[in-house]
Ligand binder design. Structure first.
Ligand code: 2GN
Length: 444
């Protein structure tokens, strides 16, 4: 992380007399006490639980310091708001290390585009990218602070949980290149209309210089939001700056040509939208002077991140929201709240939540599982399926829920229950195996 305790104290404007603590180098920053190792700095956040309750745990695990809203018995930096401090510190670290930031947003496709862009840039530069779904006002600053000090290119995914969020993230990260993959109608974005989604995504230009390029789809819906004098490169059809000239789709790979590369490119994933994503990644590579044969080789063997929040279609037509990546109470509550606000499919579509155990939560795990009930609105969920020994604690306070201890029985019940018009959320620790049920439902 290349930051010392005093330096961090100054960067976040800590209000206590922190110079009385030794000015040690900190290894890395963590907000989840489970991830703390020797020499780290702990930053408690208010999630489902108040992270300040875990300061003692963090030090027992080897934390060397804490950023805290209250005094601590260990080296600490006191601030009024730890989340704001996280964001300030990320901004400070960026300004200190000065990597070039490539910011990516857009429904669906953004993860693939992020992985492909990072793969292309890594052919020539020390490159770091957003891990998992760390793309919000907590995840993005955390990503920045997790970046190795010698990073040259930082590829950041920017998500849109709330209106104005991308605007905020762009001002924090100050992108050198911004990329919008698509103005869709993603289930996970609640802006009322495509126009509001377009407005939200165009917030990506808020923190960038007008001379630096925005790469955006030809879709006219964004036009009214393009800042005056903004350099913009548009993609889509042969009327635009970037487009596919040839596409050969196969079962598990595809080959495409573009108007700006000499050679055809083959990528090990199918789907026309992936050709567009790879084209965008290649273009960023070109802008950053990666040689064409290096771009070619990087995309040839690109590995894409799996297992994050995604909408899938079940074989019978049901919509599946699969989220087996973040197993903590905050993430479970957030996805439930989001899922519940999505209108049911018409006609007669039901909303079904399938929740499995969250592991490694310590002695309070039973209470944390039970507390998920706080966000459940029975009027917005038709059926709840709970699975695993810890979920018994939630089942106890949700008598209408179907409770399972046996994996095969759960799977059989779901296969039997889910109808074409339903929406199904699946969430739990990776090791609970819900990913297998997702595969069964999608028929893969
Ligand atoms: O939604 S998130 O997952 N997010 C991350 C950033 O990118 C976008 C998505 C998210 C997670 C967010 Cl937005 C915010 C927070 Cl605060 C968190 C988060 O990590 N929440 C966590 C908890 C809560 N609430 S992690 C965590 C782990 N902790 C339990 C509570 C908790 C483990 C633990 C349990 C018991 C002890 C110690 C640790 C213990 N030891 N008790 N007694 N001794």
């Amino acid at each position: 992380m290349n930051l010392t305790l005093h330096e961090i104290g100054r960067a976040i404007g800590a209000t206590n007399d922190f110079t009385k603590f030794e000015d040690i180098k900190l290894e890395k920053l963590e907000f989840d006490s489970r991830k703390i190792s020797e020499g780290d700095i702990f930053l408690p956040l208010k999630g489902a639980r108040d992270g300040h309750d875990f300061i003692g745990t963090a030090f027992r695990k080897g934390a060397a310091a804490v950023i805290s809203e209250i005094p601590a018995a260990w080296p600490y930096l006191q601030v009024a708001d730890t989340k704001a401090a996280l964001q300030q510190l990320a901004q400070y670290y960026l300004e200190k290390q000065k990597p070039d930031v490539i910011a990516i947003t857009g429904s669906n496709g953004k993860t693939t585009t992020k992985d492909m862009t990072a793969a292309v840039l890594a052919a020539k530069y020390r490159t770091y990218k957003t891990q998992g779904n760390y793309n919000n006002d907590i995840g993005l600053p955390y990503t920045i602070l997790s970046m190795p000090a010698d990073t040259e290119k930082l590829v950041l995914e920017m998500g849109m949980d709330r209106p104005g969020e991308i605007d905020f993230l762009s001002k924090l990260a100050r992108p050198k290149i911004a990329l919008i993959t698509l103005i869709g109608e993603s289930h996970l974005e609640f802006f009322g209309s495509r126009r509001e989604i377009a407005r939200g995504k165009m917030g990506i230009t808020a923190g960038m210089s007008r001379q630096n390029p925005l790469i955006a789809p030809a879709d006219p819906i964004i036009n009214e939001f393009i800042p005056e004098n903004q350099k913009i490169i548009r993609f889509g059809t042969d009327k635009d700056e970037l487009y596919l000239t040839k596409l050969t789709e196969r079962r598990d790979n595809l080959t495409f040509e573009t108007n700006f590369l000499n050679q055809a490119i083959t990528i090990p994933v199918p789907g026309k939208f992936n050709a567009t994503n790879a084209m965008l990644a290649a273009y960023v590579g070109k802008l950053e002077n990666v040689a064409e044969d290096e771009i070619h080789k990087a995309l040839d063997k690109v590995e894409l991140t799996k297992n994050r929040t995604q909408w899938l279609k079940a074989a019978n037509g049901a919509d599946i929201l699969s989220d087996v990546y973040n197993a903590n109470p905050t993430a479970m509550k957030l996805i439930l709240e989001t899922f519940q606000t999505i209108p049911a499919n018409q006609p007669a579509g039901r909303k079904i939540a399938v929740l499995a155990d969250m592991l490694e939560l310590g002695p309070e795990a039973p209470a944390m599982h039970a507390s998920v009930a706080e966000v459940i609105n029975p009027e917005l969920l038709d059926e709840i399926y709970l699975y695993g020994p810890l979920m018994a604690n939630l089942a106890e306070v949700l008598p209408a829920a179907h409770y399972f201890t046996d994996f095969d029985a759960l799977q059989a019940a779901l296969v039997n229950e889910i109808q074409a018009n339903d929406q199904v959320l699946l969430k739990g620790s990776n090791s609970m195996g819900l990913a297998k049920i997702v595969l069964t439902l999608t028929g893969e």
